[in-house]
Ligand binder design. Structure first.
Ligand code: SF4
Length: 356
């Protein structure tokens, strides 16, 4: 007898590994089944990760990239972007503000910018580490020796999304390097002792629900500490400008719920792109359906409009202090509080339970 949606959700909560067909069915649920799925994810998030939301402040310190990923607004072929690098002193000043504003973590993010050699990044990492902040890097694919240097300088975590586990899609969308480079980098990061984050873009052109289901299963296979996924949003200055959205918006939210059910111990952010999908409410809906991390943009205001990976990015006219006030209001309205401390990976902060 075919399993009902309720059976599938109960199985997921019990830790059963679903099939691609099971997940495709769950992604497409509607009405009451959709509500059941989101509620299940929220209850697992609450039971495993608690009620508090970790705040990780992002500093987008360079929009220069040597790559030409087809979906990305700062790809090297986009001549409509004014390129910038934030001076080191200003990056450190922003990190110090992040600490004052209550962030436990600073995320340094950039395109793949060759100007930032290992020593330059390591110097920034050492200075931020001395401020007693956890540091996440999101700098693209780097050689193992550079990753080791970042780790030795004090970097705690690294984010590198695989974007799609479908090799043919990956190759079409990323003309510069094969998926194997990313997989190799993710494995190096784990071996070097980083807390590892990855994820994928939801609703890429040509992706079927089965592709999304395989991406979900791949996150579980990678045993990630952090999983960031956001909707594909067609940027007008890219070759994918005419590509549309998934026919059912709810699928984007089901992805986050299923991420939580498949990876109960992972830190899962409500990524900014959800507010571009659903103005001002997208991230709230994600926080109510499995997510436990919020990543405010702390990039100084004068640079923000030049770091548009996708269109209609929210908060580009704000400054970091205003973002933090806004977040407090949002979380309060959802009955959630701001977490204190660094918000390290569950396996590190619960080592005893992990070993039991
Ligand atoms: S997605 Fe990342 S690597 Fe690709 S072009 Fe954009 S910034 Fe560069």
């Amino acid at each position: 007898m075919a399993k009902t949606i309720q059976d599938l959700i109960i199985g997921l909560k019990a830790g059963e590994l679903p099939t691609v067909e099971d997940l495709s069915q769950l992604l497409a649920v509607r009405g009451n089944d959709s509500r059941l799925l989101l509620q299940a994810a929220d209850s697992v998030r609450s039971a495993v990760m608690g009620n508090a939301v970790h705040i990780r402040g992002i500093i987008e310190f360079s929009n220069i990239c040597r790559n030409d990923c087809l979906y990305c607004g700062i790809r090297r072929s986009n001549k409509a972007v004014s390129r910038y690098r934030i001076p080191d002193e200003e990056i450190l000043e922003t990190a110090a503000h992040a600490k004052e504003w209550g962030c436990g973590t600073v995320v340094l993010q950039s395109g793949e910018d060759p100007y930032y050699v290992a020593e330059r990044i390591s110097k920034l990492v050492r200075a931020i580490h001395a401020m007693d902040l956890a540091i996440t890097l999101s700098l693209g694919v780097r050689p193992r020796a550079e990753l080791r240097a970042f780790r030795e300088a004090g970097a705690d975590r690294y984010l590198l999304r695989f974007e799609t586990s479908n090799r043919a899609h990956f190759a079409r969308l990323h003309p510069d390097a094969p998926i194997e480079d990313r997989i190799r980098c993710l494995s190096d990061l784990r071996e070097l002792g980083f807390q590892v984050g990855s994820g994928f873009m939801i609703g890429l052109p040509d992706a079927t629900l089965e592709d999304v289901a395989r991406d979900l299963l791949f996150t579980r296979q990678l045993q990630l500490d952090m999983i960031g996924c956001g909707p594909f949003l067609a940027h007008p200055d890219t070759p994918l400008r005419n590509s549309g959205q998934l026919p059912e918006k709810s699928v984007y939210y089901h992805v986050i719920a299923l991420l939580r059910l498949l990876n109960p111990h992972a830190h899962i952010p409500a990524t900014t792109a959800f507010d571009a999908l659903d103005k001002e409410s997208g991230r709230n809906r994600v926080l109510e359906g499995g997510a436990n991390v919020f990543m405010p943009n702390l990039t100084p205001g004068k640079y923000r409009k030049q770091y548009l990976l996708y269109p209609n990015k929210p908060c580009v006219d704000e400054e970091g202090g205003a973002c933090m006030l806004c977040i407090r209001g949002r979380l309060h309205s959802l009955g959630r509080e701001i977490a204190t401390g660094r918000g390290d990976a569950w396996r590190l902060t619960n080592a005893e339970r992990s070993n039991a």
